[in-house]
Design a protein around this ligand. Structure first.
Ligand SMILES: Cc1cc2nc3c(=O)[nH]c(=O)nc-3n(C[C@H](O)[C@H](O)[C@H](O)COP(=O)(O)OP(=O)(O)OC[C@H]3O[C@@H](n4cnc5c(N)ncnc54)[C@H](O)[C@@H]3O)c2cc1C
Length: 504
């Protein structure tokens, strides 16, 4: 039995903790905040409750596996998991609307044909077939296996089989996601649909490789899921599973240094001066580990270390307490597309300023647990925004002015919205930075292949024996399923050793 210290109670770290405890190790989690879950926050007031992190869960198989491997009760016995149908309703710039059924190719094809015109559904369906190829080619190395020592190979190969195009007298294939949209989908609304999946992860569709096609594919193939009571319930369940497996949690305990002896990690030091010794230290983001060890050379040699070059974007979140009931049949999620994509992308990614007319995700869970009674409704609006590295969200009025624009956009999805607002809570990357420790309050995206490996994340092993990186900023990247897999990979690397080749 080894003593293992885990830094932070984020979802990736808790997944590692539960798995390591089941393997017979003594695990202690030191979390600087007063609660678990990190980005999976909740805001509550006056009988209203809101998810302040992700509003839906994708690839639930990752969390199902965690619950199967760590105890008798499956995930479904610990949370009330429901498939959201439609997966999303989209309101495009020209006013066209379409509701995409959950995980049904035929349903999606016929919905798109009906809303956008004959042929649109088939073009999207054909695109998903190609996206599946990219998924099949990268699923193992970019989700289920520790980062390859020769990770450069993943950067060299673009797994998306783009169609050959005759353009300007040359034969070309789409290298970027936006080119896939413009050249292969043949409709600006389908292009907007495609690009919105990248934007949701804080990625610029004009810059990300075509391999980002796996993002819509994941939702299409594995569905969009909601956890009754809010997605934070998933964090509650994972925390409970950890506690049941005798993981010890110490809250209000910030790790300020990682101790080393003879080049090996030997434990952590907390802000109050306490030193906790351990055989293994499972940290959070690679950048945090660098600062806690005071070493810049955590990667290299046996410890693969791609250096992501694109700074991540953050999220603005507006929690709306509404008077009046949610109308029957309202979609759980509506994506209200910006009237001007170039303008939004230029602001968010090029200038680093808040977009005048952002794309807004409107989440309206039909969940009595989130509202005081059926005469009220709780709604969450989300938009992708520049992080604190580019934009001063603390400037007077900055957050409120942007929230006004988000509400104005959301009114296209929920007519009369503004008149129903009792109060609102506005959150920006300032909150994300405070609650997760991510510098600038950015959000990590899943690792992607292609583009010279610049969209990969540093691996889970480091050059310091006994020290591991976990969570969305490490391999295989951000988002709930990917961070959950980072926990699985770290546990595998500790339990089975460096030859661990991933879950089977
Ligand atoms: C607003 C928002 C929207 C999002 N939307 C989506 C979405 O739609 N879909 C999706 O899949 N994902 C989404 N994400 C991302 C997703 O929530 C995360 O990638 C996922 O929860 C994994 O987080 P993590 O394991 O990296 O830990 P984090 O959530 O980053 O938590 C890190 C934890 O470590 C603690 N910590 C940090 N430093 C220290 C220290 N020195 N000592 C002790 N503790 C420390 C922090 O307090 C925190 O609790 C969203 C995130 C946010 C913030």
């Amino acid at each position: 039995m080894a003593r293992i210290v885990v830094i932070g109670a984020g979802m990736g770290a808790m997944a590692a903790a539960a798995r390591l405890a089941v393997a017979g190790h003594r695990v202690t989690v030191y979390e600087r905040a007063a609660t678990y879950g990190g980005a999976l926050g909740r805001f509550e007031r006056d009988g209203f409750a809101f998810d302040t992190g992700p509003g839906l869960l994708q690839l639930p198989a990752v969390h199902r596996d965690l619950f199967v491997k760590t105890g008798k009760e499956p995930l479904e016995a610990c949370v009330d998991l429901v498939q959201v149908d439609p997966a999303a309703r989209h309101v495009f710039a020209d006013g066209t609307e379409v509701s995409l059924p959950n995980a049904s190719r035929a349903g999606v094809v016929s919905a798109l044909d009906g809303a956008l015109g004959a042929g649109a559904g088939e073009r999207w369906g054909d695109f998903l077939v190609r996206a599946r190829e990219a998924w099949d080619r990268t699923r193992r190395p970019l989700l289920e296996e520790p980062l390859w020592a020769d990770w450069q190979v993943l950067g060299e190969r673009e797994p998306y089989p783009a169609l050959r195009q005759r353009r300007l007298l040359r034969t070309r294939t789409a290298a970027r996601l936006a080119e896939v949209g413009a050249w292969e989908l043949g409709d600006p609304r389908l292009a907007a649909l495609l690009e919105s999946y990248a934007l949701a992860y804080g990625l610029d569709p004009r810059a990300v490789p075509a391999s980002a096609a796996v993002l819509p594919y994941m939702e299409h193939a594995f569905g969009a899921w909601y956890v009754r009571g809010g997605i934070r319930e998933l964090a509650r369940a994972v925390h409970e599973r950890c506690v049941a497996r005798r993981v010890e949690f110490v809250f209000g305990a910030e790790v300020v240094a990682i101790t080393e002896k003879d080049g090996r990690a030997t434990g952590v030091e907390l802000r109050d001066g306490t030193v906790s010794e351990a055989d293994f230290v499972v940290g959070g983001p690679p950048e945090l580990l660098k600062s806690l060890t005071g070493r810049d050379d955590l990667y290299g040699g046996e410890a693969p270390g791609p250096q992501p070059t694109s700074p991540s974007r953050g999220k603005a979140v507006v929690c709306l307490a509404l008077r009046g009931p949610r109308e029957a049949g309202a979609a759980h999620r509506t994506v209200v597309h910006t009237p001007n994509r170039t303008e939004e992308l230029d602001h968010t990614f090029t200038a680093g300023t808040a977009a005048p007319r952002p794309t807004v995700w409107v989440d309206r869970p039909d969940d009595p647990l989130l509202r005081p009674d059926d005469a009220h409704e709780s709604v969450v609006l989300t938009a992708t925004v520049p992080s604190l590295a580019h934009h001063d969200w603390a400037a007077a009025g900055a957050a409120d002015a942007f929230a006004d624009r988000m509400v104005a956009a959301a009114e296209r999805a929920v007519p009369g919205l503004r008149g129903r607002v009792l109060w609102r809570e506005v959150r920006t990357p300032l909150h994300t930075e405070r609650e997760t420790g991510a510098p600038g309050g950015g959000i990590p995206a899943p690792a992607l292949a292609g583009e010279g490996g610049t969209r990969l994340r540093p691996g889970n092993t480091t050059r310091i024996p006994g020290l591991f990186a976990v969570g969305g900023w490490a391999h295989p990247g951000g988002g709930l399923p990917h961070a959950g897999m980072s926990g699985s990979l770290v546990a595998g690397l500790i339990v089975e050793g460096p030859d661990f080749r991933g879950s089977q």
